[in-house]
Design a protein around this ligand. Structure first.
Ligand code: R5P
Length: 327
């Protein structure tokens, strides 16, 4: 695109937005967010965006609903200021777990999010590891879904598989959904796999794990999941793996939501280390426990994707080879 590129940050995750702009060798666009006594929000862009290629970075983190409304207003502002194009950058997609009508009389909130984002002014979306890929189809505009995998693979190869031979590891998928979503992990890492046979009977944060499918006895188990919310899934999975004779248990997740007392629950679990993405702010939550929680910086992927979108070049090179082959 010929227009200049400019990246703004909402208030949900300025640290990530700054790392993205550092990598793009540009400064964040100047903006201010004001909250009035009636709780209405006003967003003002201080930089001129007339005929510019505008990116707004806002993740879905606590307070989730305030972040969402701020994002919508943030997308509306450049539209009235004559931006050439507006891309919403959503490292963690809001309401992504509400992606189907699996109970009577409920909303499909992730689809509603798509409607709202488009109405507010988004002309493109850039996001990462959607809870379900069909969320892309809720939009009538282009959606680029990045995968955090290349950065996780790099860490596994450089750190985990140096500490202990790779052949001792087994990948454990957090549930059947994760097994499908992360199937390319088996190809890329060439490791055996086990799957937690998990289901939920209600909306409490205590899932039921019936059994572990696959052989984990005497193995270093690396649990893979898209997100950690209450930590219930990981705690149950770890207890089950321990019973099944796992030698070590580690966990990796792209979106560390870590709600409520998740950090305490995880610290008390038999999981020795957590490898997390930084799609939501996590530093404060894990402060003092950096020996157990290791955070990977995913900003290089966002920066490269923004550069490619701006230049109109393919994003394929950002995906693991086996995913690229399927495309
Ligand atoms: C569920 O379908 C997801 O893949 C995660 O397993 C889930 O979101 C984790 O939630 P929690 O930490 O509350 O068990």
């Amino acid at each position: 695109m010929k227009a200049d590129l400019i990246v703004f940050s909402g208030s949900s995750h300025p640290t990530l937005a700054e790392s993205i702009t550092d990598r793009l060798d540009t400064a964040l666009g100047e903006s201010s967010v004001m909250k009035f006594s009636n709780e209405n929000i006003m967003v003002r862009l201080q930089d001129n965006v007339r005929e510019k290629d505008v990116f707004v970075v806002q993740t879905s983190s606590s307070p989730v609903n305030d972040s969402l409304v701020e994002l919508l207003i943030f997308l509306d502002a450049p539209r009235y200021a004559s931006a050439a194009r507006i891309t919403a950058v959503l490292p963690y997609f809001p309401y992504c777990r509400s992606d189907k009508k699996d109970e009577p009389r409920i909303s499909i909130a992730a689809r509603l999010m798509a409607d709202l984002l488009q109405t507010a002014g988004a002309e493109r979306v850039l996001t990462m590891d959607l809870h379900s890929p069909q969320i892309q189809g809720f939009f009538r505009i282009p959606v680029d879904q990045l995968l955090a995998a290349p950065i996780f693979f790099d860490h596994f190869n450089k750190v985990l598989f140096k500490e202990e031979p790779k052949k001792d590891f087994v990948l454990v998928m957090g549930d059947h959904g994760a097994a499908k979503q992360f199937a390319y992990y088996f190809d890329e890492l060439e490791l055996p796999v086990a799957i937690m046979d998990k289901f939920r009977i209600d909306h409490t944060e205590k899932p039921v794990i019936r059994r572990v499918i696959g052989d984990v006895k005497g193995k270093a188990c690396l649990i893979i999941d898209d997100e950690i919310a209450s930590g219930g899934t990981l705690v149950e999975a770890a207890n089950m793996l321990k019973k099944a004779g796992a030698k070590r248990i580690l966990a990796a997740a792209v979106h560390p939501i870590l709600s409520g007392n998740a950090v305490r629950k995880l610290l008390d679990s038999p999981i020795e280390r957590f490898i997390l993405g930084n799609t939501v702010p996590v530093a404060e939550k894990i402060a003092g426990h950096e020996d157990r929680f290791h955070v990977l910086d995913l900003s290089p992927l966002f920066a490269k994707a923004i550069r490619s979108i701006h230049n109109g070049t393919s994003l394929s090179k950002l995906f693991p080879p086996s995913v690229r082959r399927q495309a």
